[in-house]
Design a protein around this ligand. Structure first.
Ligand code: C5P
Length: 289
């Protein structure tokens, strides 16, 4: 195969708790991650020689800071060999929003390179390579619904039968993930208090049963406590989503993107219109298996 198109799906967090800080500065999490249909598109073409070229259409820097480039470097380092490839990245996922766009791009790069390379690596091996690039990359390699622990690399299958349509609200100034973790450190110290795992069990059970009403009180994200005072739009969007029919609304990851859950598509489209009228960007999307 010489040319491949790969979709890089955004993720949202349906549950996110921080349970401790590691000596290396990273944090232990318990999080339910869910892929959604909003995506970037990568087109990879095999080229002669061993060169690597990335075209982002000026949407973002195409240098070594780009996670696509870092993923390609990690892939070829693990393979111990190289082949020439050019990548075109079409960006749709907002950046610094808590939607894992960069991680999704890195994961899609790994998957596509592996396909061009006749599946040299198993999915598990691709996850191991991904973990060297970023904490959310292993999840993005696999996608769907996963309960993740550790820094996000210990994944278990979770079932999501909530038959809902999502609205994503975005548009406030981006949040830097390391800064958001530092704000949590300042507030929670060693994270020994405030954990609510029974809520996780109730959430997983309601998700499996497809019962959005039962799930609603159990969605939670510890980052909201430190980001909402810095990004008042998060609170406003949640209120707007709920006032316009959302069964639940919560910030994703370290924010500021907010998701709302709707029973049907018409209600979601109406709420998205209200959000746009208030100055936010709003995307209607679905769960991505
Ligand atoms: O792994 P990634 O590069 O996506 O993480 C960005 C930053 O977020 C890390 O440098 C670290 O400061 C913080 N982080 C963390 N604990 C995690 C994931 C990320 O402290 N589990």
């Amino acid at each position: 195969m010489e040319r491949i198109e790969e979709q890089a799906f955004a993720k949202i967090n349906l549950y996110l708790d921080v349970t401790g800080k590691r000596p290396d500065g990273y944090h232990d999490l318990v999080t339910v991650m869910q892929s959604v249909s909003l995506c970037d598109t990568l087109t990879l073409t095999r080229t002669a020689g061993e060169g690597f070229a990335l075209d982002t259409g000026d949407a973002l820097p195409a240098d070594d800071s780009n996670l696509v480039t870092r993923a390609a470097n990690a892939y070829f380092a693990a393979a111990g060999t190289r082949f020439g490839v050019s990548v075109r990245l079409e960006k749709h996922i907002p950046m610094q929003a808590g939607l894992g766009g960069g991680s999704a791009d890195a994961a899609a790069t790994l998957r596509a390179l592996n396909t061009l390379d006749n599946n040299r690596f198993t999915q598990e091996q691709l996850c191991e390579i991904g973990a060297r690039i970023g904490a959310d990359v292993p999840f993005c390699v696999v996608g769907g619904t996963r309960l993740c622990r550790g820094i996000g690399e210990r994944m278990e299958h979770a079932e999501n039968n909530l038959g809902a349509t999502l609205v994503l609200a975005i548009g406030a100034e981006g949040v830097s993930t390391p800064q958001a973790f530092r704000a949590l450190d300042a507030r929670y110290g060693d994270f020994r208090e405030g954990r609510d795992e029974p809520s996780l069990d109730a959430l997983l059970c309601a998700m499996r049963a497809g019962d959005a009403k039962a799930a609603a009180p159990h969605f939670q994200n510890l980052f909201e406590t430190v980001i909402e005072p810095l990004r008042p739009a998060v609170v406003r969007w949640k209120e707007l989503l709920r006032a316009n029919g959302a069964l639940a609304a919560m910030m994703s990851g370290s924010g500021p993107a907010v998701w709302g859950l709707f029973a049907d598509r018409a209600a979601a489209e109406d709420a998205a219109q209200v959000l746009r009228a208030s100055g936010a960007d709003a995307y209607v999307c679905a769960w991505q298996a």
